[in-house]
Design a protein around this ligand. Structure first.
Ligand SMILES: O=P(O)(O)O[C@@H]1[C@H](O)[C@H](OP(=O)(O)O)[C@@H](O)[C@H](O)[C@H]1O
Ligand SMILES: [Zn+2]
Ligand SMILES: [Zn+2]
Length: 228
């Protein structure tokens, strides 16, 4: 039967023959979602199917894919993961999975996501799920510093200054102020003439960025999941 590129990649990274996580392909999966080659809902359903696999490797690798997608695909994935139905399926999997490491990893992810989404009311189902499971006696691992990095994935506020952050030219009637959406600093037109998408902030259309942030956006962001 026909398998989309996404499904082929997912089969590849969740193969029970893998001896370790295949990060390059995992990141490629994130790109297919970010580029909207595959609908997030379809992608996450396919990942969830692998998650309940009787094979421990397949289940664990699919969890690393899920972790990477939440870290790298921004709002496209958060809008699915942060919903009550998705959270109920995660809760169900924690209760039913025969794989102890999958259960522990899911508890760790739930807590990380709850922390990351703490300021976003529409994803409150995540924190609610953590609270319910704590009340049911589940113990959650300590939150890891590295996970906290992910939580600042909302675009930074805009700084102000009377000169360009990069070339120090003074602003005035001719030299107008402009803001980089990626770092929030203020620049002259020449130093902020580029634009790019900022998926980590859930910004899927090209927006104005400064030279430094544009350069950074051209390098692949290896934002790996924490491998167990
Ligand atoms: O051009 P002005 O009338 O000065 O207004 C500036 C524009 O609105 C800039 O938008 P932009 O960053 O999208 O260019 C904004 O970043 C500045 O803070 C404003 O001062
Ligand atoms: Zn400048
Ligand atoms: Zn910038």
């Amino acid at each position: 039967m026909f398998k989309s590129n996404f499904e082929k990649l997912l089969d590849k990274v969740t193969s029970n023959l893998l001896l370790e996580a295949d990060w390059p392909t995992t990141l490629e999966i994130c790109d297919t979602i970010r580029q909207k080659d595959v609908q997030p809902k379809f992608a996450l359903n396919a990942i969830k199917k692998k998650l309940i696999s009787p094979n421990p490797h397949t289940a664990m690798y699919s969890l690393l894919v899920l972790e990477c997608c939440v870290k790298n695909c921004g709002q496209l994935v958060h809008d699915e993961v942060g919903t009550k139905p998705f959270m109920e399926q995660i809760r169900e999997t924690i209760k039913t999975t025969p794989h102890e490491n999958v259960k522990n990893k899911l508890l760790e992810l739930l807590q990380t996501w709850a922390f990351a989404f703490r300021a976003i009311p529409k994803y409150c189902a995540v924190q609610d799920t953590v609270n319910i499971m704590k009340a049911e006696g589940y113990t959650f691992p300590a939150l890891k510093e590295s996970d906290a990095m992910f939580s600042s994935d909302v675009a930074p506020g805009w700084e102000d200054s009377d000169c360009c952050h990069r070339c120090r030219v003074k602003f005035g009637m001719v030299q107008r102020k402009h803001h980089c959406r990626a770092c929030g600093q203020v620049f002259c037109a020449q130093c902020s003439s580029r634009s790019c998408t900022l998926p980590k902030f859930g910004i899927e259309k090209p927006v104005r960025v400064c030279e430094a942030c544009f350069e950074k956006s051209q390098k692949p962001q290896i934002n790996k999941g924490s491998e167990d």
